[in-house]
Design a protein around this ligand. Structure first.
Ligand code: TA6
Length: 283
């Protein structure tokens, strides 16, 4: 990796062999690369700022405790801009799959924004064809707490014009570009040819994101306890307006983001909530 982009000591490297690897940056426990047989499946903007302050532009940012604008703190919450700890360093299990655990605990900074004692446990498993990300939210407080959460996954595509998302047909989505207007999705294959910012409700647990050619990619997204799916592409103008988003980056990415964002979760003291995305490269 280019050392100027990946300061040493900030990155965890997972290697499953045969060109299947992953990189996780401790800033936000952000997965910034997932290669299957040598093919990169995540989009990471080359203009992303790695200052351990700003959210990383790409990969899989962890959104917690709030998806979207937040009166108590930064947009999309603090999880993606905090430095996480490696609770269990990378190790191989009996299948040879690689597992690593990260944690984030409430601290003075988070308590000042959001006065709740929480603990996040984030487990990443790399197998020859899958990348599994499991987030467990623990309420360590004596009072109940409410939150929304989401994995803001940036999928890399060879060409947005040949990209299709399958599995959302028939669902209602809230169009954030039309003041949240609710619209029914009628298409079996969703293609994107402009700025999209949509929150699909009560989505099925399995979606497919296909794109190509050179290389062709067909990613299956399987979710657990993530009933909502956000589909986002800034398109040309908004990509240009974001200093950390490559100007032409919109042509080679699509965000398909599993989340629990429409109806917040309320956790009683001592309770926990587990949610998961599994990415499977099929071909
Ligand atoms: O997930 C879609 C979205 O909420 C868009 O509205 C856009 O704001 C995007 O997230 C990126 O947000 P960020 O704070 O990372 O620039």
């Amino acid at each position: 990796q280019d050392p100027k982009l990946y300061p040493p000591g900030d990155i965890v490297f997972l290697d499953r062999g045969e060109g299947t690897t992953a990189l996780i940056h401790l800033h936000g426990a952000t997965i910034i690369s997932w290669k299957c047989n040598g093919v990169e499946n995540l989009y990471l903007s080359q203009s992303s700022v790695f200052d351990n302050k700003k959210a990383i532009r790409g990969g899989v940012p962890v959104v917690f405790p709030n998806f979207g604008p937040w009166p108590l703190g930064p947009q999309h919450g603090f999880a993606r801009i905090k430095r996480w700890s490696i609770a269990v360093p990378p190790r191989k299990d009996h299948n040879g799959d690689v597992i690593v655990l990260f944690t984030l605990d409430a601290d003075d900074e988070t308590l000042a924004m959001w006065n709740y004692k929480f603990k996040l446990v984030y487990t990443i498993v790399l197998t020859p064809t899958t990348l599994m990300s499991t987030l467990v939210v623990h309420n360590k407080d004596t009072k109940s707490l409410g939150f929304t959460c989401l994995l803001h996954t940036y999928f890399r595509v060879a060409n947005i014009e040949t990209t299709a998302i399958e599995g959302l047909q028939g669902l209602i989505f809230s169009d954030k570009l039309k003041d949240g207007k609710e619209v029914k999705e009628t298409r079996k294959q969703i293609t994107v040819d402009k700025n999209y910012d949509r929150v699909y409700k009560d989505a099925p647990k399995t979606l497919f994101i296909s794109s190509g050619p050179d290389p062709a990619r067909n990613i299956e997204l399987v979710t657990f306890n993530f009933p909502d799916i956000v589909v986002w592409n800034p398109w040309e103008q908004k990509a240009k307006e974001m200093s950390d988003f490559d100007d032409d980056g919109y042509k080679e990415m699509i965000c398909v983001e599993p989340g629990k964002v429409i109806v917040p979760i309320t956790l009683e003291a001592g309770q926990q909530y587990e949610c998961k995305q599994t990415l499977i490269c099929k071909l």
